[in-house]
Design a protein. Sequence first.
Length: 237
Amino acid sequence: MKPKYKRVLLKLSGESLAGVSKHGIDFETVTSYCEPIKKLVEDGVQVGIVVGGGNFWRGRSSGKMDRTRADHMGMLATAINALGVADALESIGVDVRVQTAISMRQVAEPYIRNRAIRHLEKGRVVIFGCGTGNPFFSTDTAAALRAAEIEAEIILKATLVDGVYDKDPNLYKDAVRYDCLSFQEVLEKDLKVMDSTAAAICRENSIDLMVFSILDPSNIYESVCDTNIGTLVTNRK
Ligand code: UDP
C-alpha cells in the first residue's frame, strides 16, 4: 500500500498519549505511534503534528479559575506533550523540530510558518505546540489552522474510536459508522467529530479529515494510504 497524500497533519489528543493511566505521558504508548510516523517520513510523506493537552489540563474543566489563565495552562500542557513526542521520535532516529505558538525559545522554536514548511520539505517532522496561542480555542482548531497554513491535504485525527458514528457506539449497539461525510453534514447534524470552529476552517479551506482509531498504531500509516479504515470527512462528498 502506498501513501496517497504528500503532506499531512496528524492530531494526537492528550488522552491518546496517556495510555491506560489516562493521565500524563506513557512513553511506551507514545513510542508505539512513532514507528508508523517514521515509515511515513521514509516513504516521502511530510508530517506535521498537533498535540493536545487534555492528559494534563483542560481549560474548560478548571472550575472557578479565570478561563483565560486556565487556557494558558492548557496550552503549556500541550508544550510538555510536544517535547515528549519529539523525544520519542528522536529516540528512533526521526528528525524533529518543535515549534510553539507561545514563545519559549530556550526549549523550542517559535512558530514560523515558512520555517515549518522548510523543515517539512527537508523531511523533518514538525510538532506544533501551544495550540493556536490563544485562549478559548482548542487543539482541534489549532490542527485545522496549522493544516490550512502549511497546506496539508488532510488532517489525520487519531481517536479512541474507529470513526464517526450516527450515535454513541459505546451506548448503542445499532450505531452505524459513516464511511464518508461532508463538513456541512458534520455541522448540521452536530456530529462530535471536532469542534465547530475547526470543522468550519476545514470546510472553508477544503482540508480533508480522516477520523480513525489509534488503538492500532499502524493505522497512522494506513490512514494515509487507505481511506476505508475510518471516516473520511471531505468537501468532495
Ligand atoms: N488551549 C487553548 N488554546 C488553543 C489550544 C488549546 O487555550 O488554541 C488550551 C485549552 O485550555 C484546552 C487545553 O489547551 O483545554 C488542551 O487542549 P485540548 O483540550 O484541545 O486537548 P485534547 O483534548 O486534544 O487533549
